[in-house]
Design a protein around this ligand. Sequence first.
Ligand SMILES: *Cc1c(COP(=O)(O)O)cnc(C)c1O
Length: 350
Amino acid sequence: MSYELPDKLRNLPKYDPVTEIYRVRLDANESFLEMPEDIKKEILEAISKVEFNRYPDPNATELCKKFGELFDVKPELLTAGNGSDELISIIVPNFLGEGDCMLTILPDFSMYTFYTRMVGARAEALNKDENMKITPEQIIEKADQCNAKLLVFSNPCNPTAVIMSREDILKVVEAVDAMVVVDEAYMEFTEGSVLNEIENYENLIVLKTCSKAFGMAAVRLGFAAANARITNILKTLKAPYNVNSMTQAAGCVILSHKEYLESCTARIKESVQSLYQDMKALAEKKKDIQRLYPTATNFLYIKMERSGEIFEALKKEGISIRNMNGYLRISAGSREENQELVQALDRLLQ
Ligand SMILES: *Cc1c(COP(=O)(O)O)cnc(C)c1O
């Protein structure tokens, strides 16, 4: 036997999330809110009615209906995924051919480019300025120049927490000859969604997730919204039973609790604003904090002197955040968690 692994599977770059459990977990942009007992009970009841010997509904019909009601989108224009991660893993390789160019705007979510290597596509990147901004003209020019077939970015952006305006995004969608994927994982925390524009464009996919504002990271549930033609393609590309029946049942329950979800979003926004204020006060007396970015999300992005050292020192105190060469990304937690973090930083920073 002389089997050789395909080149593309050698030296795979690993996605490297924090896997150790820390006392204070501010590293994954999860919701810090625990689900209330009565909703948990409702979910367990719904799951107990699942027919475990049967395959799930491949179209997740009821789930898409609930999500559609909540976001005012036609359910037939939604494709449910096993987290939006799964939808990214379907879209990127399939909307690119060998040698095609995918354009990203850095810094951004690292998973986008991972799948390009699977189809031998090129990944090109445009860098944001030091305000973590970029103009639509710059994007359009670069997309033109590299003949991009796919443009993917998060808005508001993970990790920068900065948002691009709806008008600017639509300018880009209108001008480029590429499929544009707008990942709105954090849009619940702000305004400027292009979700209601999906039927106006032949080249727009909007991704949503239930993992952040809605506090269901464990459930693994995300959606792609696009016009009927693109949605048909996405539904054909995905594995038929990609969203399991437990997730569909749990999702249907949660997505019916509109007021609860709104209250979660409001509480998280309060937390991130209060953390931002504390950090701003800290920035005034600590020169290690070089820059604190405005946030349209549930986390802060901070340019930090000695970021690696600070990151390690926090870990020793049981506080976990993300270190991204020279920058720290910190998710908003409960009042107590934020307080612990700020007190630790007050001690550690110069
Ligand atoms: C967290 C995150 C996701 C992943 O969402 P899941 O639905 O949990 O897979 C996707 N995109 C961005 C930008 C994120 O930050």
